[in-house]
Ligand binder design. Structure first.
Ligand code: HEC
Length: 164
């Protein structure tokens, strides 16, 4: 029994050397969502506090990011988050992709699905929680970014028989 415990501890300790690398790129003012769209101070603050932790190249890594396997799990959130919506590359992607992200942003705010209800995240980041009024403000902000080009692209893809 004791031997098994030692083995488990050894595996845990060795695993500490296997960790994902952190991303910490400087903000690029030419492509960054806030820098380019220049929302009012309150919206900019909400985006930074409640979204950029997972949806930018300046994610926030809590102290427990030092612990394997928690870090892999957190890293997955950041990777998945940026796959769908990346504030740092906002102005460098195609117009319809921006429009799509804005559309999804509206949907997430309407359903209050973001920030993801995640114990580690919200438990530690009470400041990232959004009030009813803040959700409405962010919804209106994403709505203001829409130009409808995604709907055109979507129709084109459908007509061409392309997937999604
Ligand atoms: C703790 C990390 C985290 C935070 C903070 C966060 N998100 Fe996300 N977000 C994710 C993850 C993970 C996904 C991918 C969801 C999935 O694959 O189910 C995602 C997906 C999305 C999507 C795409 C949804 C879709 O269905 O295409 C949008 C839009 C989005 N988030 C907007 C936001 C906004 C706006 C905020 C701030 C109000 C925010 N997120 C805060 C982790 C986060």
């Amino acid at each position: 029994m004791k031997k098994l415990l030692y083995i488990l501890i050894a595996v845990f300790l060795i695993a500490q050397f296997i960790r994902p690398s952190k991303i910490a790129e400087p903000v690029n003012p030419a492509t960054d969502l806030i820098a380019v769209t220049k929302p009012d101070a309150e919206v900019a603050q909400m985006l930074r506090t409640s979204c950029y932790d997972c949806h930018s190249a300046q994610p926030h890594y809590p102290w427990y990011f030092a612990i394997t396997p928690v870090n892999w799990w957190l890293n997955k959130h950041i990777e998945d988050g940026r796959d769908d919506f990346d504030a740092s590359t906002w102005a460098s992607v195609e117009g319809f992709s921006r429009d799509h992200q804005a559309k999804e942003g509206m949907e997430m705010m309407e359903k209050k699905e973001m920030p993801i209800p995640d114990y580690f995240y919200l438990g530690r980041h009470a400041d990232a929680k959004l009030s009813e009024a803040q959700y409405s403000k962010l919804y209106a902000y994403f709505e203001s970014l829409r130009d409808g080009s995604w709907d055109i692209e979507k129709a084109r893809r459908k007509a061409a028989g392309e997937a999604k």
